[in-house]
Design a protein around this ligand. Structure first.
Ligand SMILES: [Zn+2]
Length: 189
């Protein structure tokens, strides 16, 4: 799945799978038409989403970037204003929400795109698409994804995003900082 997202053809330019160029990104906006509110779905029970993929069964999906995503830094350097870079120094010593980046959230959204990835899970695992599973403790965050059972994890977007994030930071920081400790419930996000 990650290989597909990075590049379908290893001889390409390293800029990621060309299909990603078919995604239209837009910042959250106020839709004044009757019955429509913020493009990012408001929900009283949970914090607002970082991003949402729309029309994920089509060749040209949309990703709405909701306000919270702009608070996430990027790897090693500052992101948007008030979004400090994420580095080994500021995530250590344990796996936590502090290692979540802007890119982590994009990766999460990419996994929802059926046209890009669904064939990988549909045939071998009989999974009709990558979703945000309904789970008692939620399906988002470094701790929550570890509470899912295997069938839930296989169809849950944030499980893939957290696998990539954990592996990346573990490999990147291990040499200088040593092993990262396991996530705690209070470090979820
Ligand atoms: Zn999702």
């Amino acid at each position: 799945m990650f290989r597909r997202i990075i590049d379908q053809n290893p001889s390409d330019d390293g800029a990621g799978n060309g299909l990603l160029g078919n995604i239209q990104f837009s910042r959250d906006y106020f839709d004044s038409r009757p019955g429509n509110e913020l493009a990012c779905t408001p929900d009283d029970d949970t914090p607002p989403d970082e991003a949402e993929m729309r029309e994920f069964k089509t060749d040209h999906p949309k990703i709405i970037l909701c306000e919270p995503i702009f608070t996430y830094g990027v790897i090693g350097r500052q992101g948007y204003p008030n979004a400090p870079g994420v580095t080994c120094d500021n995530i250590y010593p344990r796996i936590s929400h502090r290692m979540e980046t802007f890119g982590h959230n994009l990766l999460h959204e990419y996994t929802h795109w059926d046209k890009l990835l669904v064939d990988i899970v549909q045939g071998p695992f009989d999974i009709p698409g990558i979703e945000d599973v309904e789970a008692d403790n939620g399906a988002y965050g470094c701790w929550a994804v570890r509470q899912l059972d295997r069938p839930q994890s296989q169809r849950n977007a944030d499980s893939y995003a957290w696998l990539a994030t954990e592996v990346f930071w573990t490999q990147t920081c291990f040499g200088t900082h040593g092993p990262l400790q396991e996530p705690r419930k209070e470090d979820n996000a």
